[in-house]
Design a protein around this ligand. Structure first.
Ligand code: NAI
Ligand code: MG
Length: 351
């Protein structure tokens, strides 16, 4: 039997509630299908761990994680205990950077029965491929002079390698979806990096003559996300543009509590990491209000990535079913608790 070894890091806040719930759901799904076994190994790395050890993870933490097939993360951050820049950089960003997780993938879609923030949305099903290693989020720059002469400079970095990698992945995904790829650009305002981005997009598009392709300026694209999300299939975007678009994506779906994400390693040297879009939600910890669906849909993306598409598809189908039947947490308009949603998903997987 195939055994998948998953490193599980619940982290802080509601991470400690939704990660165990999602693990239980995954085990139920796996059991219903057979053919594969999943072993979760827990790591207590978190802000509480930091208070005890003075670091977010042990010095050999990355070495330890390297041996796993994937990392399954809840959320990191408890600003009352540890400053956010220390906790996030010490764990989450540490893993993303060192494990060369160069793409960030975030879907957004309509669910039957889920009230979108949009008044009357048509069905949409979007996958955003966000470049996750460079672009606008670079450490190149600095500050000079004092007082009214102060200057800050921040350079964006766009390499052919990373841009092509993101664009190619978008086309690969679109091949299994609606064969339409939209590129987020701003080459009318950003005159060096974005025309370069456009060139690489157009070059790659030539290899996929039967695909629909378009470049949209990010400002217009952001507006279309709200007014006509059904226009899109796969979107490829730079680090900053992808970050903004995917937050809009989570918003138009209905709640950040259902939005999943995957940080993908493309060279096979390290595991990929799967984590929901939401944070540790300190305001609702311990109240059974946390929506477990973001974490469970994240597990679905992990199973897809690991080649267990059948189980993954079934999971999404069951998620859609419980939402359609109104078994939902408060953030999406329901009255069910975290445990009730989780238990109902498990019950349906076993049925
Ligand atoms: P947040 O995502 O934790 O919460 C924002 C709002 O959404 C809150 O009102 C929260 O109650 C609600 N919410 C979030 N997830 C939910 C869920 N599953 N079910 C129901 N409601 C949910 O973002 P916030 O408050 O800005 O950050 C809190 C902490 O989390 C901070 O320390 C922050 O740095 C960290 N954070 C970590 C992330 C990560 O680990 N990837 C991402 C975002 C924030
Ligand atoms: Mg963001």
């Amino acid at each position: 039997m195939r055994t998948l070894k998953i490193a599980s890091i619940p982290g802080d806040g509601i991470g400690k509630e939704v990660v165990p719930a999602a693990e239980e759901v995954v085990q139920a799904a796996v059991k219903a299908f057979g053919g594969v076994e999943i072993e979760f190994t827990q790591f207590p790395w978190s802000c509480e761990y930091y208070l005890e050890h003075g670091k977010m993870m042990p010095d050999d933490g990355l070495e330890t994680l390297k041996e796993f097939d994937a990392v399954f993360l809840g959320a990191v951050g408890n600003p009352e205990l540890v400053a956010d820049h220390i906790s996030l950089w010490g764990l989450l960003i540490n893993i993303r950077r060192n494990f060369e997780q160069v793409l960030n993938m975030r879907p957004a879609k309509t669910f039957k029965g889920l009230k979108s923030k949009l008044a009357d949305p048509k069905d949409f099903d979007i996958m955003v491929v966000r470049e996750n290693s460079e672009g606008e989020y670079s450490e190149i720059g600095g500050r000079i002079y004092q007082g009214e002469d102060q200057i800050a400079i921040q350079s964006a970095v766009f390499s052919r390698k990373a841009t092509e990698r993101a664009v190619r992945h978008a086309f690969k995904l679109a091949a299994e979806r609606g064969k339409k790829v939209t590129s987020a650009t701003k080459s009318n305002g950003i005159i060096h990096s974005m025309p370069f981005w456009d060139e690489i997009f157009e070059e790659t598009a030539l290899e996929y003559p039967d695909f629909k392709t378009e470049s949209q300026h990010i400002d217009a694209l952001a507006a279309f996300f709200v007014t006509a999300p059904e226009r899109f299939d796969v979107i490829v975007a730079s680090n900053l543009f992808g970050d903004i678009l995917t937050d809009i994506g989570a918003a138009i779906m209905g709640s950040v509590g259902i939005a999943p994400a995957a940080n993908i390693n493309m060279n096979g040297k390290y595991p990929s990491m799967f984590e929901p879009v939401h944070g540790s939600a300190p305001d609702i910890v311990g109240k059974e209000l946390a929506n477990p669906i973001g974490q469970i849909w994240t597990a679905k993306m992990m199973l897809d990535h690991l080649g267990e598409e059948k189980i993954a598809d079934r999971l999404l189908e069951v998620i859609e079913g419980v939402i359609a039947d109104g078994i939902m947490t408060r953030d999406i308009g329901g009255t069910s608790t975290t445990t009730e949603v989780k238990d109902e998903i498990i019950r349906r997987l076993q049925a």
